[in-house]
Design a protein around this ligand. Structure first.
Ligand code: PMP
Length: 460
């Protein structure tokens, strides 16, 4: 392609990158002192190749649990290409063919949900929820019910309002002041118990009720939760948690928003993470895996009840949702998302995710027998974590530098894994796995084998 052929050698690309690109979540000083910035050149299936030609198996689907159907999918590229030639963009006040069809297909998989609002990123999808909640408060609750509850250790995005709802302090602490009305509730990780009770799930949910009562139920409009907390340590809520959360939301007329940005579209073995628990949300947000990174797309999905609240007085110009997302009108997103969904169905990837997830969890449990440094393993589908501790009895977190050394060792072996990273002071100690939903037993053995060797080298 004209433009991309200006370099004779890939090393020139690396130099252009070093000179001009500001990488996400990266300390650039290291690139001035002998370390080369990482440039990923190619991907196929579960594998990627970097600028040095080194092959890696990617156990985190593009680094941040995104490329659910794997790399190099020609059918998605073709679907996007055909759509772009026919009609690439029109502002989202109008509909599009792929936008309409994808919305219909999506809603078929989400009983009780009804409407899809398109935008571009997980952060933005969550911001739409916050704006909808605030507008509902203004129009339907006389300005009350404007507060949004979020949970310790959860994450909902990088924009200022999304960071106001970050349960991961290091991500937010330098970016305040934040808007008012975001209130934290306790996390539900049973491994790090906050209450010594039998029915931990219900107790952790009751802690949300305590916050609601403290704030005043008539001030609280919405509770946002990840179905399985991702970057905060792969936290699978304990038994009884979700049922009680739903009860509490109903009791106090609080809208329940589920952030499926990571769990959505197959990651946990069901279309959506919340569907493991038989709950009925009012909002569901999704991004990453919706189109597996082949195009930028996010969705804020609502019930018809929520949607109806924006039609209460058609003659009032302030009654509808006063929001636009320019690139929410790009047709590449829903076109890619539609084919992404077709692939998951055609190739039975939900079933594979359940099977391979169980297999990977049992491999991690075997590693736990061998390595004392693993304090806990947990996960759902192909979304797994292994928490590393200095001491199993005290559960003191393993040294962050050593956790990073395990990640680096795996990378040197050609296996890309993740870790809770730069998010929770003192708790950056969980290794994270989220391979593509196409993973085979061999892939899983390869990944857990690399972790085994790395743990031995780093911790002995
Ligand atoms: N919600 C969750 C649970 C996430 O993990 C992320 C991103 N890591 C986001 C929201 C924000 O998504 P984005 O980066 O697309 O804005």
């Amino acid at each position: 392609m004209e433009g991309l052929d200006r370099f004779n050698d890939i090393s020139e690309v690396v130099e252009a990158d070093r000179a001009h690109v500001w990488h996400h979540l990266s300390q650039h000083k290291q690139y001035e002192t002998g370390v080369d910035p990482r440039v990923i050149v190619e991907g196929k299936g579960m594998k990627v190749w970097d600028a040095k030609g080194k092959e890696h198996i990617d156990a985190v689907s593009g680094g941040v649990w995104t490329v659910n159907v794997g790399y190099g999918r020609e059918s998605i590229a073709n679907a996007v290409r055909d759509q772009l030639i026919k009609m690439n963009y029109f502002a989202g006040a109008a509909g599009s063919v792929p936008g309409s069809i994808f919305a219909q297909r999506l809603i078929e998989k989400m009983p009780g949900m009804s409407r899809v609002y398109y935008s571009n990123s997980g952060s933005e999808a969550n911001e739409k929820v916050y704006k909808m909640v605030r507008q509902i408060a203004h129009r339907h609750h006389g300005g009350k019910k404007w507060k949004i509850l979020y949970r310790d250790r959860d994450y909902h995005g990088t924009t200022i309002a999304a960071l106001a709802s970050a349960g991961q302090d290091q991500r937010a602490m330098q970016y305040g002041p934040f808007p008012d009305g975001f209130v934290r509730v306790p996390h539900c990780l049973e491994y790090r118990k906050q209450w010594d009770v039998e029915n931990y799930g219900e107790r952790a949910a009751d802690a949300i009720e305590e916050v609601i009562l403290r704030e005043g139920p008539d001030t609280v409009g919405c509770l946002i939760l990840e179905p399985v907390t991702a970057g905060g340590g792969v936290i699978v809520p304990p038994k009884g948690y979700w049922e009680r959360v739903q009860e509490i939301c109903k009791k106090y007329d609080i809208l329940l928003a589920i952030d499926e940005v990571v769990c959505g579209v197959g990651r946990t073995g069901t279309w959506f993470g919340y569907q493991h628990y038989g709950i009925q949300p009012d909002f569901v947000t999704m991004a990453k895996g919706v189109a597996s990174g082949y195009a930028a797309i996010s969705c804020t999905v609502t019930t018809e009840r929520v949607f109806d609240m924006f039609k209460d007085d058609p003659t009032d110009p302030m009654s509808y949702f006063r929001d636009i997302s320019t690139f929410g009108g790009c047709t590449s997103g829903p076109a890619a998302a539609l084919e992404n969904m077709n692939i998951i169905e055609r190739e039975g990837l939900l079933e594979n995710t359940v099977k391979m997830g169980d297999y990977c969890l049992s491999n991690l449990q075997a590693l736990m027998e061998k390595h004392k440094v693993i304090g806990d393993v947990r996960g759902k589908g192909l979304f797994l974590g292994a928490e590393l501790v200095a001491d199993r009895a005290t559960k003191e977190a393993a040294d962050e530098k050593k956790v990073q050394a395990v990640v680096a060792d795996c990378m040197a072996q050609g296996v890309i894994i993740g870790a809770t990273n730069r998010s929770l002071p003192g708790l950056n100690n969980t290794l994270c796995l989220s391979p593509a939903l196409i993973a085979t037993k061999d892939d899983i053995d390869h990944i857990t084998g690399a972790i085994d060797a790395a743990l031995t080298r780093v911790f002995g």
